[in-house]
Design a protein around this ligand. Structure first.
Ligand code: PHE
Length: 342
């Protein structure tokens, strides 16, 4: 073979070897494949290296130089391609790993559907907030009460006619008609007076029970919040002022309150209190009055030294008013379509 034809054959072989190497590099799928391929291409008997050792077979110095340069360029392009490919695969692998190891924080960023408190609970909590703001403390008493706390200690002795207003539900426990479901939160007044020392500024929210047939405005189970203040020199003016301050704090400044003479065995004098809505309509909210001396005595408090006032009103009715609920029974059917509105 003449040198010329050897050079032509070698040139083609270099091109082939280079193209094969570049194609193999492009086909690598991961870094370890690039590593293996790099090792293969650097082997003494790799196509390009074999061609390099074939240079010695050329006799012409010029041919040697031309072929040598051709082989160098080919090697350089193969090495450059190896480097590019490994960088490329490296960043692909990093982003794949980031994607794989990324924590799913979506539950913290998307709003999930969760339940919420019932409108009566919401009203109770708001009432508590307002009264705590006025300096009151919260107290609680049992739902199952004795005749003593529910009636007797509240100046309603056995044959007192006011007892019948309460449509009491008695329990079959102990002496007949001695244990009952409390008909109001007022018995908690007595329990607080017996355990706390005056000055007392307390509110007592809770569930109460009466033998009522459910209708749009009545339920046999409902909620009340009781208020009790016992201190030196407490007058009816303090009661009226507290009711007014509460009305404005809870309903807004556009609301006002009024007291109407009434009767309760456990307060003297007694009043009903109403609030006036912005549209001028009066809504009856509850009862109140100056704590009767007999009640102070039942609670172990000296009526000569202390005086006080008490009030009690229905929470369900307030929630009903606030949310314009037509029928109070709707609040207790547990229908989610109703409950979710609030
Ligand atoms: N306990 C009374 C009722 O249930 C309300 C009330 C409480 C009245 C405190 C006066 C003082 O109707």
């Amino acid at each position: 073979m003449s040198d010329q034809s050897v050079v032509t054959a070698m040139t083609q072989a270099v091109e082939l070897a280079q193209n094969n190497a570049l194609a193999a590099i492009a086909a690598t799928k991961d870094l370890s494949a690039v590593k293996t391929l790099t090792a293969d291409l650097n082997k003494k008997d790799s196509p390009l290296n074999t061609l390099k050792s074939d240079l010695g077979k050329l006799t012409s110095v010029d041919d040697k130089r031309t072929m040598g340069q051709l082989l160098n360029t080919a090697s350089q392009s193969v090495n450059a391609a190896l480097l590019t490919r490994s960088t490329e695969l490296e960043s692909l692998e990093i982003s794949a790993r980031v994607a794989r190891e990324a924590m799913d924080l979506s539950e913290f960023t998307t709003r999930r559907k969760r339940g919420h408190t019932h409108i009566v609970t919401q009203a109770t909590q708001r009432l508590e907030d307002v009264f705590i703001g006025l300096g009151f403390q919260i107290a609680e008493g049992p739902e199952v009460e004795t005749d003593f706390y529910n009636f007797e200690a509240l100046n309603m002795p056995k044959s007192h006619p006011a007892r019948s207003e309460f449509d009491t539900m008695f329990l079959e426990y102990g002496d007949p008609n001695s244990v009952l479901l409390r008909t109001h939160t007022s018995p908690v007044q007595i329990r607080v007076m017996q355990t706390w020392q005056p000055p007392i500024y307390a509110i007592m929210p809770g569930r109460v029970f009466r033998r009522d047939t459910p209708d749009a405005t009545h339920m046999p189970v409902f909620h009340q919040i009781e208020g009790l203040v016992i201190d030196r020199g407490i007058t009816f003016a303090h009661l009226a002022g507290t009711i007014e301050a509460f009305t404005k704090a809870f309903f807004g400044n556009e609301f006002t309150s009024r007291l109407r003479p009434s009767f309760f065995p456990f307060t003297e004098p007694s009043a009903e209190f109403d609030i006036r809505r912005a549209d001028g309509e009066w809504i009856e909210l509850g009862g109140c009055g100056m704590v009767h001396p007999n009640v102070l005595i039942s609670g172990g408090i000296d009526p000569e030294e202390f005086s006080g006032f008490a009030f009690g009103f229905g929470i369900d009715r307030m929630a009903k008013e606030r949310h314009n609920v037509e029928d109070i029974r709707e609040m207790y059917t547990n229908d989610l379509r109703f409950l979710r509105q609030f």
